[in-house]
Unconditional design. Sequence first.
Length: 501
Amino acid sequence: MCCTCPWTINISLVTEFALIPATSDKQPASRHMTKATIDDKNLPHLQQALDSAAMAPAFEEFFRREYPERGLSVEACYIGRVYHKPGKNCGILYHLRCRDRDLRLSSPVLHGKMFANGEAQDKILKAQPESWPGCGFWKPVRFWPEMEMLLHTFPYDPRLPYLGQLSEADFVKRQIEENLAGFGLSNEWKCRDLVWGVVKYMPTKRCILRYDLVFTDAANNLRPFAFYSKTYDSPRSRYVYEALQKIWASPACHTGVLNIPRPIAHLDSANTLWQLAWEGRGFTEVVGPTGWANLPRSGFVPKIASMLAALHQIPSTGLQLQSGASPAIMLKGVEEEVAKLLPFLPEHEEILTRLLTTMTTGAPSSAAPIPQVTLHGAFKLAQILCRVDPDGNSHLALVDFDAIACGDPHYDLAEFIASLVFLRISNGISAAPLGESVELFLSDYQKQTPWACKPQRLAWYVVAFLLGKIHSSLKRGETMGAANLAAAFDLVHEWLERVAK
C-alpha cells in the first residue's frame, strides 16, 4: 500500500493531536475569539486574505490559471495559523478541500506570506524548485500577483527541507524497519501498510505528522501501530529526544501519575523524533462539553498537579538539561512583548509603559534560593491529553517537551495558571471556577513537593505569560474587541497587584 495523506488539520482545537479527515464535512470547532478584520495599509489585501469565504473562489480562480489541465474547484477554505507583524508582513496557513474534473479529492495545505513594499515578488525571483517530494502535482512555490502573496505548498518548506522525504513511503518504511526495537518488535516484522497525515504545522519551525501502520511477520500475523513524527528546524530535536528517553524510563512514568508518549526513534538526517501515539483528546475538548464550572470538582485538577509535581521531582542531574529562563531572561521577554504589542495598540502606550515599569521594579531576584527542577517548559492546557478507559476512569498525558529544561518550578506553575485564567478572555469562561481551580491546583501541588511556592514570584511569572497570550491573540488575527481587550488588561492587573503584596 502506498503512503497517502488523507487528512487536513484541525486548526482550532488546542490539542495538537486532533485530525479531521479530508472527506469529512465537519468544520474546525470555533473558538470564542474569531479572526479579526485587520486594517494594515502596508498590506492592502490582508482583509481579503483573512476572509475564508472570499478566499475559496479566489483560490479557485488562481488554480484555474496555474493548473488549467486539472479543472480544480475549491469546496472549502479554512484559515489556520496567522502570524501578523503590523506594517511588515503576515503569514497565513490555508487548508483547502478541492476536487478535480474527475471529482477526485485533494486537501492541499498552503502557507501564504504577504510582505510590505512588494517584497514577495522579489523573493520569488530567487531560485525555487519546480517540483518537490510529497507535493504531487502542486507547485512547491508560486507568486500570486493579485494578492501580492508568496504561496508555499506543503511539504515544501525552506527551513524544513526534510518534510518531503517524510511523506515518501519507501523512506519512512526503511526508517521504521531500522527502529523496530522502539516499537517493541523483533527483526522478523515488516511494515506492510502505511498512511500519514498532517496534525500540526508551524511553517519554518515545526511540523507534526501522524503515521498509522500495520506490521506483518512471516506467519502473516498483523500488528497495528500509530505514532507521531515531530520535525524541527534545528538539531535540537536530538536534545529533546534524549531527554524524553530518560524521562520515559524514570519511575515517575511507570506509576500512572505521569504519562508521556513513548519515544521510538530519532532521525538525525531529518531533525525528527518519533513517539508512539498516546490516544486521547485535547483536555479542553474533553472539559468543554461538561462545562468549565464543574472543573474544580471534576477530579482533573489534582491529577494535573500530581503530574507536574512528579515531573519536577525527576532528578535533572542525569538528564543533561539546558538551563531554563531566569527572571532576567523573562524580563527581557516582557520588554519584547510590550514592544510587539505597541504596533497593535498604539493608543495603550501609556498603560503598557507603566506595566513594564512595574514588572521591572518587581522582577524576582535571581539570587533567591529557588530549587532547580526538571521543567516541561510549556506546561499549559494545550499540552494535556485525556482519555477515558472502559471502566470510566480518566487518564491524562503530557506532550510537547520542546522547551524541556532545568529551572525554577514557578515557571511551569505560572504558565499553566496563565493558560487556565486566560480562558476568561479567549473562551468567555466565568472567573469563579477558574480561580477555584487555580487554588486547588496550587494546594495539591504543594502537598506533593518539598519546596514552598512564593506567591509574588509566581504572580510575576503569570503576568509575563498573560502578556504573551495577549500578543499571541493579536498577531494571530483573533478578534480582541474593546471589551475583550479591557478584560484582558484587567486580568493582567489583577495578577500584577499580587506582585506588589
